[in-house]
Ligand binder design. Sequence first.
Ligand code: XMP
Length: 434
Amino acid sequence: MKQDNILVLDLGSSENTTIARWIRELGVYSEIHAHDITAQNIQDLKTVKGIILNGGVNNIVDGEAIDVLDEIYNLNIPVISVEHPSTQAAQTLDKWPNEEETKSFLKEFVFDTCKAEANWNMKNFVEDQIALIRQQVGNKKVLLALSGGVDSSVVAALLIKAIGKQLVCVHVNHGLMRKNESEGVIAMFEKDLEENLVYVNASERFLGKLKGVSEPEEKRKIIGNEFIRVFEEEARKQDGIDFLAQGTIYPDIVESGTKTHSVVKSHHNVGGLPDDLQFELVEPLFQLFKDEVRACGVELGLPHDMVYRQPFPGPGLGVRVLGEIEPERLEAVRESDAILREEFALAGLDQKVWQYFTVVPNFKSVGVRNNERTYEYPVIIRAVNTIDAMTASIEQIEWPILIKITDRIINEVKHVNRVCYDLSPKPGGTIEWE
Ligand code: XMP
């Protein structure tokens, strides 16, 4: 391994990610792990130079206060403890001080106490991941769900580099893709993958399963489960596939509930996995934040347009057609989203805004067109900025742009008679509506 590693062990702090990010800002890699990681697991990571026990208010799980295993103190690795009573840690803090003092405390711990080197960069990360992937996979085959989003595209590029033709990519069109999206994905990867890129049009199958289902978590679970079923079917058609690669990133894991965090919403590549899953998982990006995934894509030589394209959720437009997914409203979301993207590109906002999309709720309102009463759906526009998708603020779009988009949507999209703009930050709302 190329990079030293400082572990943050989650003992119920809500600041795990902040601490890990600040350590990475010092140029030293840091990973967050569950409190009950074993000494063997830590040794297997090979380059752990320091351990931070990060305690906090969520340290009661199933009625009991959680603690780390005693054996981790015998590894000869410096351990400090914050907000967590520990008699064996070299140093204990009651709580993290203010930002400036915490940063200088971390700097001293990381460099002076742990003697870690500032060797965290994307070049080393990519080299390490390639070695880890080869070690995990051997000469077996890996199946990847290539949605065409940033995360799965970066995983594809990484795997192509690591194992070449041992990678089989399956692009599933679940009927909830954006306009012309599947065509774009195929065009992007067919050169590299040739016959190892499989296109499955499963639109009818997904929409059939989702008929009559309106509860958001249930929709997400159905889409996630069905995804895995389709992969299993594809895998059975291939010879000897043992691994399933996924573009899971760190916020997906936190938001699907770790041992000390309850579920915000189940992300489809984590919570939706069925119990009888037959693959071992390959998840090379699972410790990265979104901005780091993009940097990884750049390092791998992916085109700028692809790396900086906005993220798209696994369940696709399915979480933007609120409630039951009905064909009329699905079409309204797809067409209005295409108009929004076209106009944002014209205004240069596609380079500036992190994520933007439309949502169609499951209620109608009264309107008027050609002197006739209408009773149709609204379209809601959402445009947000964020660093890591954990919090977000809205983009303050100029009125003339919003008015132009509104005119186009009302005139060009069927079944729509109003357009609204969502002003909610995250927290408050989440980025998606379901
Ligand atoms: P939320 O709505 O949780 O979204 O604030 C945060 C970011 O994650 C994307 N998102 C998903 N990505 N699978 C994914 O790969 C999912 O199930 C999923 N749900 C939300 C969302 O678009 C936003 O960028």
